[in-house]
Write a protein that binds this ligand. Structure first.
Ligand code: FVH
Length: 300
């Protein structure tokens, strides 16, 4: 038997997008937000969401509860004065961004208050993408049978990727994917800063956005398969430099840093990567591939 109603705690940018996606598939949607006067609250109520004045009445309204607050501290703060009875037999799906250890602690805290199931999740898209083919979320905690029960009401958000029993798994995948994203962002910010220094009398000067769209993005797209290879070599513990080895990578990045210096561009987002390459070179590992560098990042 699948849930016909759902409660959403938190109607910020993401929580309100989630609530709207539930309303769109005709789930009766109860909502609560600490501050009533918020655009997200108005929009969700306009679309049929049932606003609850107190968090206790929001919990009471459904047995399936989605939490999407700013951080884990906000959740503890919001639920601090709620009687344990309000949690009993509830299924909680917490889509607030956090770390694996925060997820594990929250799972124990919730089970200690009598919830029947606690799932932790990470949403890997923007609020605007909720309900589109780009949207997906990692979910972990409990078992596959329990996950199946929540997947029907929740899949209006997007694709749900269930990672198994360990409640911290979704937070780990979330952080790993965001690490990749921030690396890409950092490199792109440095690229834009360099491009802005094109001489204005250069007739080939193109708007920065055009260079990013026409040159940088196609280059990155062509390189993406090599990221999978790096992970495959890491899995096989194969440290050989099959294509570009550490020696070549260091030379390339050294040129970028020299150009940044000449053009008075702050290279701090790139320097940490260069330091890693130099350290490997000093250890005589110039023929290793990028997978070898991962070893240097792993502390335990
Ligand atoms: N927005 C995004 O692009 C990202 C995409 C990936 C996933 N994140 C995570 O989703 C969580 C919520 O993010 P959000 O975008 O909805 O954030 P805000 O619009 O800032 O809304 C924050 C809500 O949290 C409530 N809140 C904050 N502190 C407290 C508290 N102490 N007690 C109760 N509620 C609290 C806030 O309420 P109010 O300020 O309106 O009263 C909002 O409902 C987040 O983990 C992202 O990392 C989004």
């Amino acid at each position: 038997m699948y849930e016909q109603q759902i409660t959403v705690l938190g109607l910020g940018a993401m929580g309100s997008a989630l609530a709207l996606s539930f309303l769109k598939v005709s789930l009766k949607t109860h909502v609560w937000n600490r501050t009533v006067d918020r655009p997200g609250v108005r929009k969700v109520v306009e679309h049929g969401g049932k606003f609850k004045e107190t968090i206790a009445s929001a919990l009471e309204a459904s047995s399936l509860i989605v939490i999407c607050l700013y951080d884990y501290y906000s959740i503890y703060a919001a639920l601090a004065n709620t009687f344990e009875q309000a949690f009993r037999s509830k299924t909680i799906v917490n889509l607030t961004n956090g770390t694996p250890s925060e997820a594990r602690a929250m799972s124990s805290w919730m089970h200690g208050r009598g919830v029947s199931h606690y799932f932790d999740g990470g949403i890997m898209n923007t609020p605007e993408q909720v309900g589109t083919p780009y949207a997906f979320a990692f979910i972990s905690g409990e078992d596959e049978k329990a996950f199946d029960k929540i997947s029907r009401p929740l899949n209006s958000i997007g694709r749900l990727d269930y990672l198994g029993l360990e409640p911290g798994a979704a937070g780990l995948y979330d952080s790993a994917l965001l690490a990749g994203m921030y690396g890409l962002f950092g490199g792109t910010l440095s690229a834009i800063a360099l491009l802005r220094s094109q001489p204005s009398n250069d007739s080939s000067k193109a708007p920065t956005s055009k260079v990013v769209a026409d040159k940088l993005i196609p280059m990155l797209q062509a390189l993406l398969p090599s990221l999978v290879e790096t992970a495959e070599y890491f899995d096989k513990q194969d440290w050989r430099g099959h294509t570009a080895n550490i020696g070549i990578q260091e030379g390339g990045l050294r040129n970028v840093l020299a150009t940044c210096q000449a053009e008075e561009v702050d290279s701090r987002l790139l320097r940490a990567h260069h330091e890693l390459l130099v350290r490997a070179l000093m250890e005589g590992r110039e023929m290793e591939g990028m997978a070898g560098l991962v070893r240097d990042l792993v502390k335990k």
